[in-house]
Design a protein around this ligand. Sequence first.
Ligand code: COA
Length: 308
Amino acid sequence: NHDLAQLVETSDEWVVTRTGIRERRFTAEDEFASHMAIHATENMIAKHGPQVLDGVDLVILATSTPDALLPATAAIVQNHFKLKAGAFDVIAACPGWMYALSAAAAYVKSGMAKKVLTIGSDALSKILNWEDRGTLVLFGDGACAAIVEAVPEGYGFKSFVLGADGEGAKHLNMRCINTTLPDGSPLTEKVSMNGREVFKFAVRVMSSATREAVAKANMQLTDIAYFVPHQANFRIIDAARSSLELPPEKVVSNVERYGNTSAASVGIAMREALDDGRIKDGDDLLLVSFGAGLSWASSVMRWHAKTF
Ligand code: COA
């Protein structure tokens, strides 16, 4: 925060009070989403052994900051690890990785793929307006990687809720090829956001999407061991927690150290809660995310601590 206060009119105190964020990580000038995606996959190999990638037949990579429009960043990862796999990107803003998880789960369930390397990687620092204090302080860069494959009976994904409301496009957007939205309103060259509108939407949808995912899984909120929400703003997380009447110790949050890492945020939070021993085999987790679109995704899953 102190570094950013050198660039725009803000302060550590403002950012901490309004968002809970103290630190975030930015990629170097020559590092992009593919580098972080490869790095996250290498971390997975370091933890589980090289056999973790054996038999991967599909790579799905969620990002809003692909290295290029062509090729897919997923294909760069496929080539790096020399996987005999299909590869495509998912662009669905911050919930992108959860959309990717839902696609991976559906591929596995249908038999169209056996083992899906499912990555969220975003280098938001590359598309921020470094003069806009309203967005600059919120985002960080990061990546997560996971394997989705068949699990024993009782484990795995129990529900997915995916939603979008394109009416809200005006609240959070950035230009790519077209320079306007369908209604003619201009798209900005870098990310622009109406923070207040997104805040209200986020609190509302985090709570409704959570309840929907739990109901779809035929469970109760009290069955959930850990709530792993998108890490955008601690006030949003806490407002959702409070409306869901969840005890604070069931909420995984690391927004303080990473800011909003977009498609990587839920995965990084899960990884930390696994590493520190909170999430254990058989725990029921509630994942929820929201972002530009406006869009959202939630899921209930039973964690399977597999050894590869
Ligand atoms: N430092 C200091 N002041 C800032 C600032 C910053 N980094 N960013 C904005 N401000 C100013 C605003 O310009 C505004 O000034 P004004 O009243 O003179 O216009 C003032 O602070 C208050 O703005 P407000 O929007 O009421 O603040 P807030 O309490 O709603 O917090 C956000 C602003 C952006 C932190 C908050 O709205 C938010 O988190 N929104 C959701 C964003 C999000 O999650 N986006 C990602 C979705 S995936």
